[in-house]
Design a protein around this ligand. Structure first.
Ligand SMILES: [Zn+2]
Length: 257
């Protein structure tokens, strides 16, 4: 079988601020909307691949600005979540979806096992191996690594408006999430979801259970509403998140230095 990614196609991930000095490690699983040429746009028209079903609109830009403000390592996935979702365990039902919200994904309807493995090997693995390498390096160097996963969500889902401006996500370990939630909610103008619009879980997430919980690292998932992320909004949210993360970290250090 030929490789999924041709030699002239971009790598599965890119890293910004590789030597960033912040304890925060930023990841953006749904940063990209690209589909490997061999998959022929998954049978979707170009405009469908620009919709939120393909990627987290605005998340990469906020993450990049946040990385700059914090001087933090950031990794961004290049390829669409419709190729393989980098925030789902490979092989799980939501890893390669046939239906996203109400859109059928023709190219995902009968994916042979060899093809699913190629997507995992060439898109999912390189991205996660790079995250592992960074976390391993920090552990070996006795440098802190605090995982922050940046996502964005649609203002409406299946016709229902979502009231939150942002959401703070966690699963079993709420330490950092609780402190970030408190910091963001200090602004009375903001509606911040507590594990809303999604709750993190083992079956619907990858980074939080695998890096946060299994490695015992402080971690938080951040969700931002996409209609707030025009260019001014990207900078505003990056600033707000930087401040909330620093405040939250500071508070936790006071509790257990
Ligand atoms: Zn996402």
């Amino acid at each position: 079988m030929p490789p999924l990614l041709a030699a002239d196609e971009p790598a599965a991930f890119r890293v910004e601020r590789e030597h960033g000095r912040s304890p925060f490690v930023l990841i953006c699983d749904h940063a990209g909307a690209r589909v490997p040429r061999r998959l022929d746009s998954l049978g979707l028209p170009a405009e469908e691949l620009q919709r939120h079903i393909a990627w987290d609109i605005g998340a990469a830009e906020v993450a990049s600005r946040l990385a700059a403000l914090l001087d933090a390592f950031l990794i961004l996935q290049t390829y669409s979540r419709l190729v393989i979702d980098c925030n789902r365990p490979p092989g799980s039902p939501q890893s390669i979806v046939q239906l996203s919200e109400s859109t059928r994904i023709p190219g995902n309807e009968s994916v042979p096992a060899s093809e699913a493995l190629a997507r995992e090997r060439e898109v999912f693995r390189p991205y996660h191996e790079r995250i592992c390498a960074e976390l391993d390096r920090r552990k070996a160097a006795q440098q802190p690594g605090i995982l922050v996963a940046v996502h964005s969500f649609t203002p409406a889902f299946h016709g229902r408006q979502r009231p939150w401006h942002a959401g703070v996500l966690y699963n079993r370990d709420r330490r950092l999430a609780r402190a970030v939630l408190q910091a963001l909610r200090a602004d009375p103008e903001l509606v911040v979801g507590d594990n809303e619009p999604y709750a993190a879980s083992d079956s619907t997430d990858y980074a939080i259970p695998v890096y946060g919980e299994q490695r015992g690292l402080l971690h938080v998932g951040i969700e931002l509403r996409q209609d707030l992320l025009d260019e001014a909004g990207q900078q505003e949210w990056a600033g707000r998140l930087a401040q909330a993360l620093l405040e939250a970290h500071h508070r936790l250090e006071e509790i257990s230095p």
